[in-house]
Design a protein around this ligand. Structure first.
Ligand code: PGA
Length: 248
């Protein structure tokens, strides 16, 4: 089974940063990683730089968001064809930061999945519950409602990547998950969606200490990493750990 291990840099990094980072990755012997599919998701401004450095490797480059319409009067938006033109093959959507600050909803995620698939891009669909939902033991109904709404009316979701990103675990105020926080959730996600999608990733305070343990949880099909992959060295270490997890 292929494990997807990637990072979003969020709103970080100049084009020079992207060039150096991607160059460090391009020098990596990806074949030695085995069944790992690496991907990086820079800001829009750096997609082309990263993609040209990584041309000819099997490391994918993505966009952190994109519009569901192809073109037109949508000031400030970037369309999926434009993101693809810059070098993206993967489109992230539904991240909790976009939901909280920029009005992303399950409905817009649904439109964006359809648009990505129409253009042959891979949708990376993030979902996850806030702390109070987790503490109330309501995680599963909350996230299955998000996923069902996002996938609504899409007959073939086999190219979709799902990423479970509990809000309580994300970012500098997040708490790294314990194994027992994720086991039941991933068992249920795998049972309900495992056959319908490409893979189900975990994201939120992944670091070098918990990387392999999380990958060892049944149903986890990869990692979506923020801070611990914001340097090339940090990301490469995560890739190496994931490769070890596959071998063990
Ligand atoms: P983090 O970010 O790894 O820095 O917690 C994860 C995410 O938001 O995807």
């Amino acid at each position: 089974m292929m494990l997807w291990v990637g990072t979003s840099w969020k709103m970080n990094g100049t084009r020079a940063f992207a060039r150096d980072y991607a160059r460090a990755l391009a020098g990596l012997d990806v074949a030695s990683l085995g069944d790992i599919q690496p991907f990086i998701i820079p800001s829009f401004t750096a997609i082309d730089v990263a993609a040209s450095e990584l041309e000819g490797t099997r490391i994918l480059v993505g966009a952190q968001n994109a519009a569901w319409e192809d073109a037109g009067a949508w000031t400030g938006e970037v369309s999926i064809p434009q993101a693809i033109d810059a070098g993206a093959t993967l489109i992230e959507m539904g991240h909790s930061e976009r939901r909280e600050y920029f009005g992303e909803t399950d409905e817009t995620v649904n439109l964006k999945i359809k648009a990505a698939l129409r253009h042959g891009a891979i949708p990376l669909v993030c979902f996850g519950e806030p702390a109070e939902v987790f503490e109330a033991g309501e995680t599963l109904p909350f996230i299955t409602a998000q996923i069902n709404a996002a996938l609504d009316g899409i007959a073939d979701t086999s190219r979709v990547l799902l990423a479970y990103e509990p809000i309580w675990a994300i970012g500098e105020h997040g708490r790294p998950p314990r194994r027992e926080d994720l086991v039941r959730t991933f068992a249920a996600l795998a049972e309900r969606y495992g056959d319908r999608v490409e893979a189900i990733l975990y994201g939120g305070s992944v670091n070098h200490d918990n990387n392999k343990d999380i990958l060892g949880i049944p149903g986890v099909g990869g990692l979506f990493i923020g801070r611990s992959a914001w340097t090339a060295e940090g990301y490469i270490r995560n890739l190496e750990l994931a490769a070890e997890a596959v071998r063990e």
